[in-house]
Design a protein around this ligand. Structure first.
Ligand SMILES: [Zn+2]
Length: 242
């Protein structure tokens, strides 16, 4: 099954050492299947990892209605996941979930300040397709991409991405996309990282997001236990921007 999910033509890369890594995601749980195995490996390599989560994920309900109480629950779940992954710093902000697209100016200012304060060597975020067209993912990726090209060209930008094979096997929630145009913006991975035993840490982090377990389950065949399918994610993929 690992064979069906992974693309062995994509080169495996050496992990960065002694670097400052800034990971930017809109929602609690975005970190799990994208970088959940890579983060512990980066930490072992003496990197400093700051994870920034922009919203409390208060729209993570089954019909995407707003539930402030859920936002509080997910904030705690995010703290739990960050502790499991061992991130050096977790910054949780309170942008309105589902509304980043309407907050472009504030968002850009916030990300700009982060880049100035954190002075990262590498920034990791979603690609310009938002992986499956989620508008919050796209808004953040666009803001980070614009700022880095214009003001921080020396900082490396890594898009967390999936190979085609994974797109074929996993049911991503692309019904959340407001238009189909995101498909042409999906970045092809240029590098993959073998996550080895850190895959177990990734599974634990994913289970920390208890309130979202149903949405992870929807991504995979119902008869397969979640821990088992997550254990197949032994490589994580990135599209490293030149
Ligand atoms: Zn998300």
């Amino acid at each position: 099954m690992v064979y069906w999910l992974h693309d062995h033509d994509i080169p495996q890369i050496e992990l960065p050492k002694d670097k400052k890594i800034l990971i930017l995601f809109p929602h609690p749980d975005d970190e799990c299947l994208t970088v959940g195995g890579t983060v512990p490996q980066l930490l072992k390599n003496n990197c400093e990892v700051t994870l920034v989560v922009l919203t409390k994920g208060e729209r993570g309900t089954d019909d995407a209605h707003l539930d402030p109480q859920l936002g509080e629950i997910r904030t705690r779940e995010m703290e739990h996941s960050a502790r499991i992954l061992g991130v050096t710093h977790l910054i949780q902000s309170d942008f309105e979930d589902g509304n980043l697209n309407q907050l472009k100016v504030t968002l850009q200012k916030y990300v700009h300040e982060l880049l100035v304060q954190q002075q990262p060597d590498i920034v990791i975020t979603y690609d310009l397709s938002g992986m499956y067209g989620h508008e919050d993912h796209i808004a953040l990726s666009e803001a980070a991409t614009f700022l880095m090209q214009k003001f921080f060209p020396e900082v490396m930008l890594w898009y967390a991405s999936f190979p085609q094979k994974m797109y074929q096997q996993v049911s991503l929630p692309d019904y959340m996309a407001t238009s189909d145009t995101f498909r042409s913006r999906i970045a092809s991975p240029t590098a993959r990282i073998y996550t080895g035993l850190s895959t177990l840490t990734k599974i634990q982090a994913l289970y920390a997001h208890e309130s979202q377990r149903y949405s992870f389950k929807k991504a995979f065949p119902a008869w397969l236990p979640l821990w088992f399918v997550t254990s197949l994610f032994v490589y994580e993929y990135f599209s490293i921007q030149e």
